[in-house]
Design a protein around this ligand. Structure first.
Ligand code: ATP
Ligand code: MG
Ligand code: ZN
Length: 606
């Protein structure tokens, strides 16, 4: 900071609140404290907790004044609104009151320091109502020091008060904590920070663009002092000129927001090459790759919120300014894609942080994101698989058609350039699925009256389907599990029964087939050991295994598995138009009719 040449006093010091009214963002704490003082129930010890720069030390000093203020006329008692005029208020503000002892535990952590302190407690306050010990960064005290302190806290002299402050309350022994009234100071919300900084800038006669204030407030991350230091920096950088958004961006290493939007769109269109170009120019422009990913993460969060609530971002000048640009994105991007983007960016951030070459790592995250964001969401995938069209992953941004081109979102062209070309993804998932000619089971409502005959099955699978259709579930399951087919032609079946097949299976088969088809069936049992094909169930299991293999090897699935660590393939299901149509036509009955006919092969992970 440049304070050498000028008499410039850093804002944080210059604007330390002197009253509770000037403390921002801590309304709850102020209210409780006011009540305690108003009702005269003043604890012996307070502990103020919260992250850096939210007003702990400030509040400790105000409490000291509140307890010792005697009012302008010298007759007042403890008050939540210290007068600022009496001798006590004055000397506490100037840090020179004999009865208010401020100690920084960070530098005086030893038991001797505490002993000095407790020694002093034997003497009554010199001039004030209370002797007040403010121990800042109290978590830094040694174990012995805490023990010494504890003794005093157990039997505090009536005119001694303690005010502790710490950023790390979890490091305070519970025995100490339990003897203190605790006030948790919270991170100050962005809108309050913006307003605060705006007022201070005005008081300083400095013009700051609202968006620049927003950037500073956001970077402050809830800490009033952090933001004030940034404002100091910005003032030093721009001299007498107004502080513009761009200057603050540069100062903070934050990429131009519009460029971040461009990148976000490009990457979610699946255009990896384009995304790398954009990232590169951001990098050349001085943006930190890590920050860019952070921006993208924030953006995906914002767009998600906007999708759920059109008024999202109200009160945050930055987000309000960005709503127009983000709205078409919120309309165009499906929720699963946003959720996926968020997850990948979050994981990517970690990687970039750990990577020896962050820029490269960030580029890889973008490529991965482009590659996966471009993939259809599961619902679309299923839809695609059930249509006869060859699969082409619809670009994320085209998943929902309501895209406002004027706002810079254009649907990906039919052949959006992806790294290595789309074909490098290997065969489409649909092509990888084996084709199964399964009869579409007739919905029960359309089943022919019993007088009408069923068509003669043309395959063993059709035979089984016929048993399913007639709800002969038991026989059907024997056919699937205990029948090794040796030969089949319409009207003639030769099979070898496996152990478990009922003795009368052949008879029942022929009886029912004659009844249903009106054709005499010749059912022969083969006694030859090992004769015949695998059972349908075995075949099914083998096919499912192969399918699982195939699916697991598919680039799409691999990308998903890579994206979601810990994910496994739980089940592979095939979907067919015929089955779907039947499902729709006979919603109630179809469950029985097709559950085992092989058209909706389901398999649970084993
Ligand atoms: N809640 C607040 N309202 C107004 N100004 C604040 C607030 N909190 C901090 N500030 C500003 O930041 C400066 C530093 O605050 P303070 O020393 O009280 O923070 P702290 O919580 O004690 O931080 P640390 O944990 O670093 O000790 C103050 O002088 C003031 O300018
Ligand atoms: Mg402090
Ligand atoms: Zn006073």
């Amino acid at each position: 900071m440049t304070d050498s040449a000028t008499s410039y006093r850093v804002l944080a010091r210059k604007y330390r609140p002197q009253t509770f009214a000037e403390v921002i963002g801590q309304e709850a704490m102020v209210r409780t404290l006011s009540n305690a003082i108003a009702t005269g129930r003043i604890a012996h010890a307070f502990i103020l907790t919260g992250v850096r720069g939210v007003g702990k030390t400030t509040t400790a000093r105000i409490i000291a004044r509140a307890l010792n203020c005697i009012g302008p006329d010298g007759a007042g008692g403890p008050t939540v609104t210290p007068c600022g005029e009496c001798v006590h208020c004055g000397s506490i503000a100037e840090d020179r009151h004999v009865d208010v002892i401020e100690m920084d535990a960070a530098s005086r952590t030893g038991v001797d320091d505490i002993r000095d302190l407790t020694e002093g407690m034997r003497y009554r306050p010199v001039s004030a109502r209370y002797k007040i010990y403010i121990i800042d960064e109290v978590h830094m005290l040694s174990k012995n020091a805490f023990n010494a302190l504890l003794k005093t806290l157990e039997e505090p002299p009536p005119d001694v008060k303690f005010i502790f402050a710490t950023t790390e309350v979890h490091r305070i022994p519970v025995t100490v904590l339990s003897r203190c009234q605790r006030f948790a100071l919270r991170r100050v919300p962005i809108d309050q920070l913006v307003e605060h900084y705006r007022r201070l800038a005005e008081a300083e006669g400095i013009s700051v663009a609202p968006a620049a204030l927003g950037l500073i407030a956001r970077a402050a991350d809830g800490s009033v002092r952090d933001g004030l230091s940034l404002l100091d920096q910005a003032i030093a950088l721009s001299g007498d000129a107004p502080i513009e958004e761009g200057a603050v961006r540069d100062m903070l290493g934050i990429a131009d927001r519009n460029l971040v939007f461009d990148l976000f769109e490009t990457v979610l269109q699946g255009d990896a090459a384009g995304a790398l170009d954009r990232m590169d120019s951001l990098y050349q422009g001085g943006a930190d790759p890590l920050m860019v990913l952070q921006d993208l993460l924030e953006l995906s969060h914002f767009v998600t919120r906007l999708k759920l609530a059109p008024e999202a971002g109200t009160g945050d000048p930055l987000e309000e300014g960005e709503r127009e640009r983000a709205r078409p994105l919120a309309a165009a991007l499906a929720m699963p894609i946003l959720a996926r983007a968020w997850q990948m960016l979050l994981k990517g951030l970690e990687e970039v942080q750990a990577a020896p070459a962050p820029a490269q790592a960030a580029a890889m995250v973008l490529v991965r994101l482009a590659y996966v964001a471009d993939l259809p969401v599961p619902a679309d995938l299923v839809r695609t698989l059930t249509s006869s069209e060859p699969v082409r992953a619809p670009a994320a941004l085209t998943a929902e058609p309501a895209v406002d081109r004027s706002a810079g979102v254009s649907p990906a062209p039919a052949a959006a350039p992806a790294i290595g070309g789309r074909d490098s993804r290997g065969p489409s998932l649909a092509a990888a699925l084996p084709v199964v000619h399964a009869p579409a089971p007739l919905p029960a409502s359309e089943a022919p009256p019993s007088a009408e005959l069923d068509p003669v099955p043309q395959s063993f699978a059709e035979v089984v389907a016929l048993f399913d259709k007639h709800r002969e579930a038991l026989i059907s399951s024997h056919l699937k599990e205990h029948v090794h087919l040796v030969a089949f032609e319409p009207g003639r079946i030769e099979f070898r029964p496996a152990a478990g097949a009922p003795d009368n299976l052949a008879n029942r088969l022929s009886e029912l087939l004659i009844e249903w088809t009106g054709v005499r069936w010749l059912i022969a049992r083969s006694r030859v050991e090992d004769a015949g094909a695998p059972t349908l169930a075995q075949e099914e299991a083998r096919r499912a295994g192969a399918l699982r293999h195939e699916v697991a090897a598919h680039p799409l699935v691999q990308a998903v598995l890579e994206t979601f660590p810990g994910a496994t393939i739980a089940a592979v299901r095939e979907r067919f138009v015929a089955a779907d149509a039947a499902t729709e036509a006979a919603a109630d009955d179809v469950g029985d009719a097709q559950s085992d006919d092989g058209t909706s092969a389901g398999e649970d992970g084993s």
